[in-house]
Design a protein around this ligand. Structure first.
Ligand code: NAD
Ligand code: DAU
Length: 345
């Protein structure tokens, strides 16, 4: 198959491309704008594979999308490209609407016109909103997104549904919980805490730290997306999750302990506006229908992730240079939304 992977230079997209190149005969075209989150360094070693091509392109640019689809005779699309960070969507929602909603709509229209036979939309469990202390999201849980990020993903997710219902376009939707693993940009919880702890910098925990996330190793997410791509039922929605719920504070303590650092680094800061309290995924459908199950235990996944960041200091250094510093200061520095109370006084 000739597969177009959008957002393939990001965290999950790059892990997915590695999986495809290792385990299939497919031709992989990576279509990525290389925003702050996109990094060709995430694909080091893949460039020489004759089945791999890179196109720097914007999903909001119809002519670029069309040229990529037709120029490479694309048969399947896996759509990861997005603005993906909730805190950034609180700072500036507009780009979330243009990239995540309009970009998805353009990709759907052009893919349909190009005769694409499978279109996987990588949505998120955040479209369901927040859970109370009990229960888990199923594929029929009503959508109730709470951040501009999750609202834009829900809009994109529903556009995919509409293209299936209206045009019989073979869309498949995945809704996964929180991923962790190598190449994750250090604005997200786990790599941010590792990077700060290594420098003995404060570890900013939002609110009371009791929010719960369901963590899944990125490799297991990629395996699930690959299964959905090949064997999922068109029009189907597939929840993906790790059955691995953790409170943020417990997770940060675990990281600090594993790194041999002091728990005194943990600093409680203002809560994220609209902060979802708990996510938990019922992944029974993909397990029963496609035989998927997580393979990486959290203990080994977390150890491997810590080791990866320790061994890849140059990668971390490179992605944290330039604009990252300005972002970090804006949010976490004195006077920032997540700046410490004492710094604000
Ligand atoms: P990421 O931010 O690491 O990567 C996003 C990629 O998209 C980057 O390479 C970026 O350059 C590219 N991109 C952004 N705007 C673009 C545009 N206009 N045109 C082309 N490319 C563009 O994100 P991630 O964490 O790898 O997430 C990938 C996808 O998976 C997203 O759609 C996200 O909503 C979804 N998802 C993420 C998680 C998670 O835990 N990270 C969980 C479930 C679903
Ligand atoms: O659930 C899937 C989603 O997971 C994806 O759709 C998103 O793209 C991805 O970013 C992620 O969203 P979260 O908001 O859950 O991830 P994040 O790593 O930003 O935060 C995880 C939890 O940790 C959340 O409760 C907020 C908290 N947090 C985060 C940061 C960055 C902190 O307490 N301190 C921090 O500095």
């Amino acid at each position: 198959m000739n597969i177009l992977v959008t957002g393939g230079a990001g965290f999950i997209g790059s892990n997915f491309i590695r999986l495809l190149l290792e385990g299939s005969d497919d031709v992989v075209v990576n279509f990525d704008l290389l925003t702050y989150a996109g990094n060709l360094g995430n694909l080091a070693g893949c460039e020489d594979d004759p089945r791999y091509r890179f196109i720097r392109g914007d999903v909001r640019d119809r002519s670029q999308v069309r040229a990529a689809l037709t120029g490479h005779r694309i048969e399947a699309v896996v759509h990861f490209a997005a603005e993906s960070h909730v805190d950034r969507s609180v700072e500036g929602p507009e780009v979330f609407v243009t990239t995540n909603v309009l970009g998805t709509e353009i990709l759907l229209e052009e893919s349909r016109a190009a005769g694409v036979g499978r279109f996987v939309m990588v949505s998120t469990d955040e479209v369901y909103g927040s859970l109370g202390p009990e229960g888990a999201f199923t594929e029929s849980t009503p959508l109730a997104p709470n951040s501009p990020y999750s609202a834009s993903k829900a809009a994109a997710d529903l556009l995919c549904r509409a293209f299936f219902k209206t045009f019989d376009f073979p869309v498949l939707i995945t809704r996964c919980s929180n991923n962790y693993g190598p190449y994750q940009f250090p604005e997200k919880l786990i790599p941010l805490m590792i990077a700060n702890a290594l420098e003995d910098k404060p570890l900013p925990v939002y609110g009371d730290g009791q929010n719960v996330r369901d963590w899944l190793h990125v490799r297991d997410h990629c395996r699930a997306v690959d299964l959905v791509l090949r064997r999922g039922t068109p029009g189907g929605i597939y929840n993906i999750g790790g059955c691995n719920e953790l409170k943020n504070l417990d997770l940060v303590r675990l990281l600090v302990d594993r790194l041999g650092k002091s728990r005194d680094l943990i600093t409680f800061v203002s809560d994220r506006p609209g902060h979802d309290r708990r996510y938990a995924i019922d992944a029974g459908k993909i397990m029963a229908e496609l035989g998927w199950a997580p393979t990486v235990t959290f203990a080994e996944g977390l150890s491997g992730t810590i080791e990866w960041y320790l061994a890849n200091g140059a990668w971390l250094e490179q992605v944290r240079s330039g604009l990252y510093t300005a972002y970090y200061e804006r949010l976490y520095g004195a006077g920032g939304r997540y700046g410490r109370e004492e710094d604000r006084a």
